[in-house]
Design a binder for this molecule. Structure first.
Ligand SMILES: [Zn+2]
Length: 243
């Protein structure tokens, strides 16, 4: 489906339209695309704000499961204020009325994954990243993931059938560790990076973080890339249960 850009759209996206490889065609494709953001802490909030501002036409927001909710309230709402997913949705719609935003509870994830063009994983629990990895592989949906460990964060994109999956790269993944201060900034920075990755994947632009992951050390300000490859013994993407 192609979307006709209005005069207001041309003004709103003027900075994208001049980017190499983007243009009116790219913006139209983005407006016809969808992204599912799972988890709405600092990381997911940053990702969803930038995806909406960029004009991804349909965003799905998945509320964190019960165990993750305190973090969501604390960081997204600030100062202990309550900021339910509905408030995030309204904020995104205010930011860009051209974007349709749907919200979900964290159930029926496999069906949700199958309905969106790209999945952005911003969850704290390692088992949820593993689950999203499996669902994305099964439905051949790109997965843009990131995990925070205090001052450090790693971002990685799974392109099913084209490179390693999340489990190949992080077989010992553990729950995200968020700390005060810079740890949260790292989470926000990763969320913006994930939005950029998702947009690249949706438009087929540039080199996604597949076959390598990006590691950000907030303490030293260092960025490094780590090469990674498919694990032939990976229970998710290799062997009889994989591809
Ligand atoms: Zn794998």
């Amino acid at each position: 489906m192609s979307v006709q850009l209005t005069e207001q759209d041309l003004k709103r996206y003027s900075r994208h339209l001049v980017l190499p490889g983007f243009g009116v065609e790219g913006q139209n494709r983005l407006l016809s695309s969808s992204a599912l953001v799972v988890g709405l802490g600092q990381q997911g909030l940053a990702a969803s704000l930038y995806l909406a501002a960029a004009g991804v036409g349909h965003l799905g927001l998945v509320e964190p499961e019960e165990g993750e909710r305190p973090e969501f309230l604390r960081y997204a709402g600030g100062a202990g204020a309550l900021l339910p997913v509905g408030a995030v949705r309204r904020r995104l719609e205010e930011l860009n009325p051209a974007v349709r935003v749907d919200q979900y509870l964290g159930t029926g994830m496999e069906d949700l994954v199958a309905r969106y063009d790209v999945v952005v994983a911003c969850v704290r629990a390692a088992r949820r990243r593993e689950e999203l990895n499996r669902f994305c592989l099964a439905h051949r949906r790109p997965l843009v993931g990131a995990v925070v460990r205090g001052w450090e964060g790693h971002a990685f994109t799974v392109l099913p059938g084209e490179g390693p999956c999340w489990h190949c790269v992080f077989p010992d993944d553990s729950d995200a560790l968020l700390t005060e201060g810079l740890g949260l900034l790292v989470a926000g920075a990763l969320g913006i990076l994930q939005a950029t990755e998702a947009i690249k994947v949706l438009l087929g632009l540039g080199d996604p973080l597949s076959g390598r992951y990006l590691s950000l050390d907030g303490m030293t300000g260092r960025l490094r890339q780590v090469k990674c490859r498919v694990d032939p013994g990976c229970p998710c993407c290799s062997g009889p249960r994989g591809e």
